[in-house]
Ligand binder design. Structure first.
Ligand code: A3P
Length: 313
């Protein structure tokens, strides 16, 4: 990894939207403001065997998984989810924990945590950059991914919200082209997914790989599996009710309607408001936006990138 974020040190740079560029570092496109902090995570983060790390490509269901993981680890956490945005409950390593210094912030388990021995973090850093860190520990990693076409549409909406006040809308054709060429923060999407998928095949006891669609299809079964993977299965006669409670309190409708998640206020660590993490929360929304031709283009790419490894989308 590079020592600083000098443009000259990037192997290349390209405009993403407006005047915002991404820098290419070790094959991945990164937002310049996070290059140094990603470097700090790679060099200084030492996961404990009891740590839980949620890894994801942006816009694939991170917020949802954060609420689920937090609820699975801290049972009876309904009230915490009602007053805190999930991103405030599970910090992002490269954005909140190593934002300013090699000395991590927030490395003690949350004082509200019932299960005080487990630390929960999230990251968008590709496995290819974080391999040494993750391979050095028996920590548990949960990776969520999502249909590339829905990921593209979710990203496109997110960016349009980001630039609305300043520059008007970002054409979908431009967003699609950038997505297909991998020019998107933490992209290429396909390489990001494949990095973690490979790890899940090699170390299934350490990496739990799940898709947004699987979770949407049968949340209760997957929440139970997640809890087992994390070593804290639901037990007791009322276990079905406990699972139902977790699923319900983390559902899109319930979470979105908490005042904190409706808020137009932005966190200190990000320019977009809390409400921007909740848009539609549906599977297949791309059908409302993409032409048949674009769908064909992305499907062809997906077959090329994923299907040889047996992973389907
Ligand atoms: P859409 O833009 O398709 O609605 P991330 O959290 O990785 O940024 O992903 C954001 C996407 O997850 C958005 O998708 C958002 O609406 C959706 N989302 C947020 N919370 C959710 C929840 N509890 N259940 C399902 N989807 C959720």
């Amino acid at each position: 990894m590079m020592e600083n974020s000098d443009l000259e040190m990037w192997s290349s740079k390209e405009k993403w939207w407006g005047d915002n560029c991404l820098g290419r570092v070790d094959g991945f496109w990164l937002l310049p403001q996070f290059i140094q902090s990603i470097d700090r995570v790679v060099k200084h983060f030492k996961p404990l065997p009891s740590d839980i790390i949620l890894a994801s490509f942006p816009k694939t269901g991170t917020t949802w998984l954060k609420s689920l993981l937090y609820s699975i680890i801290n049972r009876s956490s309904k009230h915490r989810l009602a007053t805190k945005n999930p991103h405030e409950l599970i910090p992002i390593l490269e954005v909140q924990v190593y934002a300013t210094s090699n000395e991590p912030l927030m490395l003690t388990p949350s004082s509200s945590s019932i299960n005080r021995s487990r630390r929960l973090f999230s990251t968008h850093i590709p496995y290819q950059l974080l391999a040494k860190t993750l391979d050095s520990s028996e920590c548990r990693v949960v990776y969520v991914t999502r249909n590339p076409k829905d990921t593209l549409i979710s990203t496109w909406h997110f960016v349009n919200k980001w630039i609305k006040a300043k520059e008007g809308s970002w054409p979908l054709e431009v967003a699609t082209d950038k997505f297909c060429r991998g020019v998107i923060p933490c992209g290429p999407y396909y390489d990001h997914v494949m990095g973690y998928k490979k790890l899940s095949l090699e170390k299934p006891n350490n990496l739990f790989f799940i898709t947004y669609e699987e979770l949407m299809d049968d949340p209760k079964t997957h929440v139970k599996k997640l809890a087992e993977f994390l070593g804290c299965p639901f037990i007791g006669e009322d276990r079905e009710e406990q699972v139902e409670e977790v699923v319900k309190s983390c559902s899109f409708e319930v979470l979105r309607n908490h005042e904190v998640n409706k808020s137009g206020e932005s966190p200190t660590w990000f320019p977009l408001p809390y409400n921007s993490f909740f848009r539609k929360g549906a599977v297949g929304d791309h059908k409302n936006y993409l032409t048949d031709e674009t769908i064909d283009r992305i499907d062809t790419l997906t077959r090329e990138k994923f299907h040889s490894s047996g992973f389907m989308y």
